[in-house]
Ligand binder design. Structure first.
Ligand SMILES: Cc1cc2nc3c(=O)[nH]c(=O)nc-3n(C[C@H](O)[C@H](O)[C@H](O)COP(=O)(O)OP(=O)(O)OC[C@H]3O[C@@H](n4cnc5c(N)ncnc54)[C@H](O)[C@@H]3O)c2cc1C
Length: 461
């Protein structure tokens, strides 16, 4: 329980400014949940930070009064990471939303944590640059770093861990550190940047990020390949990777998703397991990649192959893919959307996807599969009724069986959505005695358990 007194909000208004501190039901409600199915919990108050100095003051105050602090980005998380399960303050970073510096010759950019990925790309575009990590939602870059987000372009550009060069972090004791230099490699000291990336607000608050950016390639072509069954579709995905094609995006949309998508986006895609692909480079290399891919998918039984060269066609294809979760939600009125993601070594992907489909049938869960199959990661969208314990028990059973199977295949319980509340119970099984090492790190950096308590390495109650 948080030892929260109403006078705390008055203190914080004096410490910061009255316009940054909120105790109203509506603002607390906005910060009680993310986009997941997890039960909301109201924070006791909400503070909007405007600067690193604000965060330092707040952390010092929280330390003195033992108040939990939960960093809040865009609230687009899918595992309840921002839910303040022990109450306290929700620390909203969305007002820290300035792009501070672009170094085009170093392909680096310095941003505040509340900058969103689309906002950053608008700033970068006139300079011929872009930031590639794309989780679909217009998430904040601070939140994306804190969940080690990835998405459609990870197969080529990697996840956040591969694209965060350095972080400015306010630690639980109020000190401010920089996790590394701007050099592209270093053998100096412990590698702190990837420790903080993916820490889900439990080790420190990111107040600035240095990110790696890239030149916009000369040519881009997208393609769509439909298959008779999921096995041949997923096998073709692994064959394309195996052939060394420099594919930039490789997304699976399983057949059951298409009626939802076609209705939601007024498209007419065939209702078949389909790969959405994208290739980038110079015009010649893209053409070669496209031709080899076409050969591979045709040998693999592809029934329809189309490619898209104009920006409008590509935008429509990717918008359709990015709306998969919303189309699923829209089609299931009266249900909540529960999403789970697992990731396995690429060679095990056909096995894992096939098992997920069998498990949906066995457990009777309403669900459909999409995935960033180029990196062995896929998601299952489920329609659930949180108020119906039997329905939730079915969904949890499905989730658990899928996670255990992914772990058996030497995969992970989450490729990108993170641990939050939903995957906490699998941490011991996945990490074994390494979990104790993680708990020791948490204890060393946040001995009073102020930062996002009850998450990640905290054993389940
Ligand atoms: C339709 C849809 C599709 C999605 N698809 C993907 C996908 O393909 N790939 C993917 O990775 N995710 C996906 N997500 C999930 C979500 O977008 C990501 O988890 C994203 O990284 C969360 O960013 P956010 O700004 O919304 O963070 P929030 O949800 O606000 O916070 C997430 C975590 O980060 C912490 N945090 C936030 N800011 C900071 C900070 N400055 N310092 C320290 N900790 C901080 C919070 O405490 C919390 O633990 C999807 C979500 C939706 C709704």
């Amino acid at each position: 329980m948080s030892p929260f007194q109403p006078s705390i909000l008055e203190d914080l208004k004096n410490l910061l400014s009255p316009s940054q501190v909120f105790g109203s039901e509506s603002v607390r409600n906005q910060h009680s949940h993310d986009e997941s199915y997890h039960t909301p919990v109201l924070p006791d108050g909400v503070v909007y930070a405007e600067s690193t100095a604000d965060v330092v003051k707040l952390v010092q105050y929280a330390n003195l009064h033992h108040i939990p602090l939960v960093p809040f980005g865009s609230g687009s998380g899918l595992e309840g990471q921002v839910v303040p399960v022990h109450g306290g303050i929700s620390l909203d970073l969305t007002h820290m939303n300035r792009v501070l510096e672009v170094l085009p010759q170093d392909f680096l950019v310095r941003v505040q944590p509340g900058v969103t990925r689309t906002q950053l790309n608008e700033v970068l575009k006139p300079q011929g640059l872009f930031f590639p990590v794309d989780p679909g939602a217009d998430a904040s870059l601070g939140g994306m770093a804190a969940t080690n987000a990835s998405g459609t372009t990870t197969v080529r550009y990697g996840a956040m861990k591969d694209n965060v060069r350095s972080l400015q972090v306010v630690l639980a004791n109020g000190s401010v550190i920089h996790t590394s230099s701007l050099a592209s490699k270093s053998s100096s000291g412990y590698n702190l940047t990837p420790l903080f990336v993916g820490s889900e607000g439990t080790l420190g608050v990111f107040t600035e990020l240095w990110l790696q950016v890239y030149g916009i390639p000369e040519a881009t072509t997208a393609a769509r390949a439909a298959f008779p069954d999921i096995e041949s579709c997923v096998q073709a995905a692994t064959d394309i990777i195996g052939a060394g094609i420099s594919v930039v995006r490789m997304e699976l949309v399983d057949a059951p998703f298409f009626p939802y998508l076609n209705a939601y986006k007024q498209t007419h895609y065939p209702e078949a397991p389909t790969l959405f692909l994208e290739f980038q480079g110079n015009a010649k290399s893209v053409q070669v990649d496209l031709e080899i891919t076409q050969e591979i998918v045709q040998e693999g039984g592809c029934q329809a192959f189309e490619f898209y060269t104009t920006a409008e066609q590509r935008a429509q294809l990717w918008e359709t893919r990015h709306n998969a979760a919303y189309a699923f939600k829209h089609a299931h009125v009266g249900f909540e959307h529960m999403s789970t993601d697992v990731c396995v070594p690429i060679s095990k992907l056909p096995l894992a996807v096939t098992r997920a489909k069998q498990l949906l049938v066995q457990t009777g869960v309403i669900g459909a599969i999409v995935g960033h199959v180029g990196d062995g990661n896929f998601h299952v969208s489920m329609a659930v009724k949180p108020e119906d314990p039997e329905d939730m028990a079915k969904a949890y059973r499905f989730n658990e069986k899928l996670v255990y199977y992914a772990l058996e295949l030497n995969g992970t319980c989450t490729g990108e959505h993170g641990v939050g509340l939903g995957k906490r119970k699998y941490q011991a099984k996945e990490h074994g005695s390494a979990l104790a090492v993680m708990q020791t790190i948490k204890q060393a950096l946040d001995p009073s358990d102020l930062l996002n308590p009850g998450k990640l390495v905290d054993p389940e109650d």
